[in-house]
Design a protein around this ligand. Structure first.
Ligand SMILES: [Zn+2]
Length: 312
């Protein structure tokens, strides 16, 4: 077996995150689990089952830098120094230190305010790992891992830095959180890159990435959560339909008199509390971006942005 899935327990909703071990040379881990010693212990058990130990691992690839995928990297590097492959848009976070952390916090605060939401507890961003040997990759790069050559496919949406690894020979693809079989991935609102002025529109980016990967001749997909699956085209179609349904739902709430991202979010997800509120705001903002692009809502910018339905 030259792709081994290790389901690592997490305290989050999905219950686990997948780390993939490619046991042939160069021996590769794709993703790393959550911060702390537990994920590392699970990874070490998985390595032992393959007759390997941590010292045999030659490189790590991060599909993206969310805490459940990149969080375990620090514990790994503390034991064993390795080259780490990650998309080049992760550079500000990997190298930016406190200044970049402050920039991201300031963005979140402004965004929350524009949504009309009360000031919230900060989400407490993850600190970047002390990786000395980071290799930044971009779309179309080739990467040798586990006895094969993989092509990097950049799929911004769930986050700006999401990548998939595609083996053109077998059609297999390791897809991180770009496509998940059992749950729909959020497209998170993120700050612009340091050289950009506008925040990216995550759901619009995500849909474009899905349209692109839908067209690729992929066979088996290895997701960041859940079990490997096939027939990704049907899954993409379902996710795109879900976006349309959510848009209709949001239009209904706006027609009922809500105008701000916060009001819509409260109507849709009244159970969200604390730092989780941001997930709701992000979800609603993403769909409002799409509705705006489709000419179905108008936005009045200001300290608080107000959205009104354009139909009727
Ligand atoms: Zn993620």
């Amino acid at each position: 077996m030259d792709i081994r899935r290790m389901a690592i327990p997490t305290p989050f909703g999905e219950g686990h995150v997948n780390v993939y071990l490619l046991p042939r040379r160069p021996v590769t881990l794709i993703d790393t689990g959550i911060p702390g010693p537990r994920s590392l212990q699970s990874i070490q058990r998985g390595l032992a089952e393959a007759g390997l130990e941590l010292a045999d691992v030659e490189q790590v690839v991060l599909t993206h830098i969310h805490g459940d995928h990149a969080g375990g990297l620090s514990a790994i590097l503390a034991e064993h120094d390795l080259p780490v492959y990650v998309h080049e848009f992760a550079r500000p976070w990997m190298e930016g230190g406190d200044e970049e952390a402050a920039r991201m916090e300031a963005f979140q605060e402004t965004f929350t305010q524009r949504c009309g939401a009360p000031r919230m507890q900060r989400r407490g961003g993850m600190r970047p790992p002390p990786a000395a040997r980071v290799r930044y990759v971009r779309d179309g790069d080739r990467l040798e891992a586990g006895g094969r050559v993989w092509e990097v496919v950049h799929v911004p949406g769930h986050s700006r830095v999401d990548i998939c690894l595609w083996d053109r020979e077998t059609g297999e693809a390791v897809v991180g959180d770009h496509l998940l079989p059992e749950i729909s991935s959020n497209a998170f609102v993120e700050p612009p890159l340091p050289d950009e002025t506008e925040r990216p529109r995550p759901l619009i980016l995500y849909r474009a990435s899905m349209a692109r990967t839908r067209a690729l001749p992929w066979t088996t997909l290895y997701p960041g959560h859940g079990t490997p699956f096939a027939n990704h085209r049907a899954l993409v179609d379902r996710r795109l339909e879900e976006h349309d349904e959510r848009c209709e739902q949001i239009l209904g709430v706006l027609e009922g008199g809500a105008t701000t991202v916060w009001e819509v979010s409260r109507a849709l997800f009244p159970w969200l509390e604390g730092p989780q509120v941001f997930l709701g705001l992000s979800e609603v903002q993403g769909h409002l971006d799409l509705l705006e692009e489709r000419g179905q809502v108008r936005v009045e910018p200001g300290d608080v942005w107000r959205y009104r339905p354009a139909r009727a």
